[in-house]
Design a protein around this ligand. Sequence first.
Ligand code: SF4
Length: 163
Amino acid sequence: MNKPKNKLRVGWFSFTCCEDSTVVFTELMNERWQDWKRLIDFRHARALQTKNVLDEMDVAFIEGAVSSPEQAEQVKKIRAKCKMLVAIGSCAVTGLPSSQRNQFDEKTRQEIEFILARFNHLDQVQPLKEFIKVDAEVPGCPMDPDKFLAILDLALKKFNIQL
Ligand code: SF4
């Protein structure tokens, strides 16, 4: 009996953002779903499936910025479970545009103060690298699909997944 093929164990996660990079990611599947089905074991990807787990991953892709202590804890948990972590899109890489409130003037800031308190938000919205080590970045708002595919190819090679 043939040994089952090794697959790349992948997680896709979204934090404070509009999830447009997730839309780009699912659009890429129009052409690539057959390859990805053969090569990738999606451990966590809420846009693709209802059954998701946070367990050992080769690569975790994270879009969005970090805006609460709960999110900061969650990204640290993801970091601990993956061998390679990729920031997806401008919000994850630089914080912006999700972190626009960091630049609010004092008056506007006071107006939103009760919302920050009610939802236990951090004082500042921050990019992933402020909380965890990031191994690679895919810039763009939303992400640049060619750069994403190049990093995915790199990961397939790095983890010896047979194409
Ligand atoms: S980088 Fe742009 S597309 Fe991606 S989550 Fe942020 S605002 Fe949305």
